[in-house]
Design a protein. Structure first.
Length: 238
């Protein structure tokens, strides 16, 4: 069995702690692609962790594309994330970070589509200004978390629906944390990564500015999907 030593932290969910520890083993290469994970029974006996907790952690790892399950055979490592994922975030926080991307995907896609339909000239100018600032900061060594969030907030404001703005603002802390990890990993990669991030944001702006409703929705969803991939796939845009 893999040498797991679950350090119980009372303030953290057990499933997130178990997720984080298995994630650390995968990132470190102690569990490599194709390796079989310990069975639910083995983990349960060793750590006195309930089966529902184990299943939740494994299901999250599957949903994040890091492990896969074969009926009757168990769970196996599917992909290895970049080292920056646990360098720039606590392993037990990663599950929540990826859930944030998951929640943003449909919500911000819909916001971009509405922005393309409803944005006035001031809204378009505000989005463009935030894009220019984002590109400027991205091309320095600074982490453009605030500029990135400002771009997404400008899109939400362009919907003309204050609920989109309120929801995004209420998620500020979680989104900023996810953006910080994503951008730190991005900056640690090749220069092409920065360029692709700029292109993704510009595609969103262009679709909104040209009133392409479905294109804006798709561009936003594509950007968030790719951002999530850059966090979980060490081979993405190297």
């Amino acid at each position: 069995m893999v040498d797991l030593k679950l350090d119980i932290r009372k303030r953290e969910r057990l499933a997130d702690q178990l997720y984080g520890q298995l994630l650390e083993k995968i990132v470190a290469g102690e569990l490599v692609e194709g390796d079989k994970l310990p069975s639910e029974n083995e983990i349960s006996r060793t750590f006195n962790v309930s089966r529902p907790v184990i299943r939740e952690a494994l299901l999250r790892l599957q949903a994040d594309g890091l492990v896969y399950s074969r009926q009757g055979a168990g769970s196996f490592v599917k992909a290895r994330p970049p080292e920056g994922l646990i360098k720039f975030a606590q392993p037990s926080d990663v599950a929540g970070l990826l859930r944030c991307f998951e929640a943003r995907l449909p919500f911000e896609g819909a916001a971009a589509g509405l922005a393309a339909q409803r944005a006035n000239d001031d809204d378009i100018n505000r989005i463009e200004q935030s894009l220019v600032e984002l590109e400027k900061v991205l091309n320095t060594e600074a982490i453009a978390d605030k500029a990135d969030f400002a771009f997404h907030l400008a899109v939400a404001k362009a919907t003309g629906n204050d609920f989109f703005v309120s929801i995004l603002a209420s998620l500020n802390s979680a989104i900023i944390s996810a953006i910080q990890v994503n951008l730190k990993i991005t900056q640690a990669g090749s220069p092409d990564r920065i360029q692709k991030v700029c292109e993704e944001h510009r595609a969103i702006f262009t679709a909104i500015a040209t009133r392409d409703i479905s294109g804006a929705d798709l561009a936003m969803r594509y950007h968030i999907h790719r951002a999530r991939q850059r966090v979980t796939d060490r081979l993405r845009d190297q």
